[in-house]
Design a protein around this ligand. Structure first.
Ligand SMILES: Cc1cc2nc3c(=O)[nH]c(=O)nc-3n(C[C@H](O)[C@H](O)[C@H](O)COP(=O)(O)OP(=O)(O)OC[C@H]3O[C@@H](n4cnc5c(N)ncnc54)[C@H](O)[C@@H]3O)c2cc1C
Ligand SMILES: NC(=O)c1ccc[n+]([C@@H]2O[C@H](COP(=O)([O-])OP(=O)(O)OC[C@H]3O[C@@H](n4cnc5c(N)ncnc54)[C@H](O)[C@@H]3O)[C@@H](O)[C@H]2O)c1
Length: 447
């Protein structure tokens, strides 16, 4: 065999495990058809958070008007885009170097299976004892006439000038984060959804409040609407048509209707790897229906969130398996997630809505930050926290927060949940004061 482990795809699900595996002495190769480092590094999380930064800062400055700050800056999209390029363009080369530096063979091109131990790239065959499919997802394209006029998340993240009127299709992560950015840059933003629910994975009341904030900032929501077609107007705009003779003419349409797996381009049928429209089917060892072929990251059909930290966790798990240091099934920890709206919504562990619906099992301690002097230093209004305890064990099992600092609070809570800490143990921790963590601890029900 040419390699002990060969990874298809170079994203988070690949390099987080491939690098330590190569360092341990195994012969490793990574195949990448696009940019090294995958979606998160090149056209996902990293670029998005750079474009979000000015809006986050501006919202803080707005909150402080008349409280020591006068005047609100505006976003210069072209300068911001240049800043984004400066940080993101080198990621591809860095991603390749990271592999090369530890002796990993990098193969650039599209991989397809020949048999269970062989893939072909640019006509050249490569063999390996084990193969990891880490091929991720690509943007879904809404199946309507005229969809070639739609932009996707990758296009938006390199948009040279912000159009006057941006129309977003979808109500998920990409739709709402990008609508928030476009609105902050000054575009008229419409969000068209086929149902009346946004961001289904987050607590309904927190999402409703973020939606109300966006409405107050001028974002228009058009719910329960199926789009039927798109066509270019004589002056270069796009006209959408939909249910009940709906029409809307706009400058730019962002299709944010989700992402679909890339496994349809791997010749999986020929080698018997089972997959479906959600991803590749794996067992509790991340093994596919062909024992020496594994899958990791967004490529998997899984119920846990398809995120960078989960992809990295799976990649590290596989490395332990290939090194022989872990022969146990994968055991996922409590998984945290965040949507970068303004304010943010973040959560970990047992879901707030599920806990509220099961009062026999869970105690929910809800708190508003409006009365908290430390959170009022930045004059933040409407911050909310919910802590979920298992009534039988008194352990903290879940949390959700809507606030400008939701990421920090939830990150502070991740180890509490992982270590199965009880109220009593949480009360025994001593934090610096004043701080987000100290404020969080004071929201705990006292024991
Ligand atoms: C706009 C956007 C914003 C996001 N923001 C966040 C965020 O803030 N936080 C977060 O946790 N997650 C975020 N995500 C999700 C995150 O990017 C993914 O969960 C993560 O990238 C998954 O990593 P992966 O390695 O499984 O797949 P990917 O990063 O998709 O990597 C797969 C790689 O495989 C390559 N490939 C595919 N097929 C082949 C083939 N046949 N041959 C060779 N190479 C192939 C692709 O080119 C790609 O580089 C975001 C996603 C998007 C789109
Ligand atoms: N902050 C973050 O962690 C973050 C940010 C962006 C993306 N992501 C990840 O990237 C992935 C993709 O995000 P996304 O927002 O593209 O997907 P998503 O699944 O979150 O949202 C897709 C949206 O499109 C709608 N939709 C789907 N099919 C449709 C159709 N035929 N017609 C109309 N609407 C339709 C859905 O109802 C949903 O509102 C997710 O796995 C997410 O976890 C994460």
């Amino acid at each position: 065999m040419d390699f002990s482990v060969l990874y298809i795809g170079s994203g988070q699900a690949s390099w987080n495990g491939a690098v330590p595996l190569a360092k341990s002495g195994q012969k490793v190769a990574v195949i990448e058809e696009s940019q090294y480092g995958g979606v998160c590094s090149n056209k996902g999380c990293n670029a998005k958070i750079i474009l979000d930064k000015p809006l986050e800062l501006i919202e803080r400055v707005k909150d402080m008007q008349g409280r020591g700050l006068d005047g609100v800056p505006s976003v210069n999209w072209e300068d911001l885009m240049a800043h984004k390029h400066e940080l993101i363009v080198p990621q591809d080369a860095h991603g390749k170097e990271r592999l090369y530096n530890v002796g990993i063979t990098t193969i650039t091109g599209h991989a397809e299976f020949v048999d269970s131990h062989t893939v072909v790239v640019n006509g050249q065959k490569y063999t390996a004892d084990n193969i990891v499919i880490a091929t991720g997802l690509r943007p879904h394209v809404l199946d309507v006439p005229g969809n070639e006029l739609f932009a996707n998340s990758t296009d938006f993240l390199s948009l040279p000038h912000m159009p006057k009127h941006v129309t977003v299709l979808g109500g998920g992560f990409v739709a709402i984060e990008f609508a928030t950015i476009a609105n902050a840059v000054g575009a008229q933003v419409d969000v068209i959804t086929r149902s009346n629910r946004l961001l289904r994975q987050f607590p309904a009341s927190y999402v409703d409040s973020v939606k109300a904030d966006l409405k107050a900032r001028g974002v228009r929501f058009i719910p329960d609407m199926n789009i039927h077609s798109a066509a270019k107007t004589a002056d270069g705009q796009i006209t959408l048509t939909g249910d009940h003779e709906f029409t809307l003419t706009t400058d730019y349409v962002l299709d944010a209707t989700g992402r679909v797996p890339n496994h349809d381009q791997l010749n999986l049928d020929a080698i018997g790897v089972k997959a479906n429209s959600r991803g590749i089917e794996v067992n509790e060892y991340l093994q596919t229906s062909v024992p020496n072929i594994y899958a990791a990251g967004d490529a998997i059909d899984k119920t846990i969130p398809k995120l960078t930290p989960t992809a990295a966790f799976e990649s590290r798990y596989l490395t332990a398996r290939f090194k022989g240091t872990n022969d146990q099934p994968i055991k996922y920890p409590a998984i945290s997630e965040i949507v970068f709206t303004s304010p943010r919504i973040a959560q970990v562990g047992v879901h707030l809505d599920a806990a509220l619906a099961d009062s026999d099992r869970y105690e929910v301690a809800e708190a508003s930050y409006d009365g908290d002097w430390f959170r009022q230093v930045e004059n933040e209004q409407g911050g909310q926290l919910a802590l979920i305890f298992d009534k039988q064990t008194d352990q903290l099992v879940g949390a959700a927060e809507k606030s400008n600092n939701a990421d920090n609070t939830i990150n502070a809570i991740v180890p509490y949940i992982q270590m199965k800490m009880t109220k009593e143990q949480l009360n025994d921790l001593v934090y610096v004061f004043p701080s987000i963590e100290y404020t969080l601890q004071r929201r705990l029900p006292l024991v």
